[in-house]
Design a protein around this ligand. Structure first.
Ligand code: IPM
Ligand code: MG
Length: 362
């Protein structure tokens, strides 16, 4: 089992170190190799995704990814910015299916900004298409406008597009995931305005006919944004395009108390995957040892389940995380009165200790 470890920038290095510690505690035959990515790779090699890093990721069964980005790179040419590393990995590895579960742990009900009754027991899964849409559509760029409201002025443009097979395959992923859950798919679109998302809706409907046991409904993205904070428990699986999924998954993360709790998995057709926390590099708190490593640790659990075929080891991590939360340990993002505030490393150590206990107990 080969794992490429790409910590990246900001808190990425701190949180990935904890996840690696947790993986070691499982005492499984992993081969882990670390490489630079993002701003760190740009500093060292002049590119956010050096060839050697990409090759390492391609050759691995799974990639454990931290986070990339820092405001100090905002003035670089776009191809050299840290974010291009994650976009490049998604594109080059064909990681089209992004799973972003939003689960509200009972212990963290109070950490959410929403009322407990709205979010307690929440367990939804956002499936975001990750290699198409306006993120990757060509052409894009700047030019002189020849029409529109201000012909002759400078303008910028991007291309939103989805092909039939791209929508079809992500729809299958969503329906199959729903079959293992509560058998409900909500497809989020903007069919009332956008051609691309009318097509999206049509294709998802077509695919849905092959899953008569799964309920399919359609929702406009603006309404979905509203329903997510109004009645999030009505959702089971949400499937949507790259850009809407980017936005809605951040929103959904806040239902769970903290974006510091949310893992994610991005898979290709061979089940090779990239696993990363849903949050970013948080340069404002980097180096302080206070970041929450649980999203990354839970991402490692998803990696064991989806790409490395080790479901028991995955459960062991998830159980350990729950027991650590139950014992009252909290990083600052999920801390509340009456719980114990700990740093990144202490949180990782606590998860390791909980795992070791289950191992020695057999
Ligand atoms: C995410 C991030 C990325 C995205 C950025 C860092 C390119 O926000 O994974 O959600 O927009 O996809
Ligand atoms: Mg995002």
């Amino acid at each position: 089992m080969k794992i490429a470890v790409l910590p990246g920038d900001g808190i990425g290095t701190e949180i990935v170190a904890e996840a690696v510690k947790v993986l070691h505690a499982l005492e499984l035959p992993f081969e882990m190799e670390t490489a630079l990515v993002g701003g760190a790779a740009y500093e060292a090699h002049g590119h956010p995704l050096p060839d050697a890093t990409l090759q390492l990721a391609k050759d691995a069964d799974a990639v454990l990814f931290g986070a990339v980005g820092d405001w100090k790179y905002d003035t670089l040419d776009r191809p050299l910015r840290p974010e291009q590393a994650i976009l490049g990995l998604r594109k080059n590895l064909g990681l089209f299916a992004n799973f972003r579960p939003a689960i509200c742990y009972p212990e963290l009900v109070g950490a959410s900004s929403l009322k407990p009754e709205i979010i307690s027991g929440l367990d939804i899964l956002i499936i975001r298409e990750l290699t198409g849409d306006i993120y990757f559509g060509q052409p894009r760029g700047r030019r002189t406008a020849t029409d529109g409201h201000f012909p002759g002025s400078e303008e910028a443009f991007d291309t939103m597009r989805y092909s039939h097979p791209e929508i079809e395959r992500i729809a299958h992923v969503a329906f199959q995931a729903a079959r293992k859950r509560n058998k409900k798919v909500t497809s989020v679109d903007k069919a009332n305005v956008l051609e691309t998302f009318q097509f999206w809706k049509d294709v998802v409907t077509e695919v849905g006919q092959q899953y008569p046991d799964v309920t399919l409904d359609h929702m406009y993205v603006d309404n979905a944004a509203m329903q997510l904070v109004k009645a999030p428990k009505k959702f089971d699986v949400v499937v949507t395009g790259n850009m809407f999924g980017d936005i809605l998954s951040d929103e959904a993360s806040m239902l769970t108390g903290s974006i510091g709790m949310l893992p994610s998995a991005s898979l290709n057709t061979k089940n090779q995957g990239l696993y990363e926390p849903s949050h970013g590099s948080a340069p404002d708190i980097a180096g302080q040892g206070i970041a929450n490593p649980l999203a990354t640790i839970l991402s490692a659990a998803m990696m064991l389940r989806f790409s490395l075929n080790q479901p028991e080891a995955a459960s062991r991590i998830e159980t350990a995380v729950q027991s650590v939360l139950a014992s009252g340990l909290r990083t600052v993002d999920i801390w509340s009165e009456g719980t114990t505030k700990v740093g990144t490393r202490q949180m990782g150590d606590a998860v390791v200790a909980a795992i070791t206990k289950t191992i020695t107990k057999g």
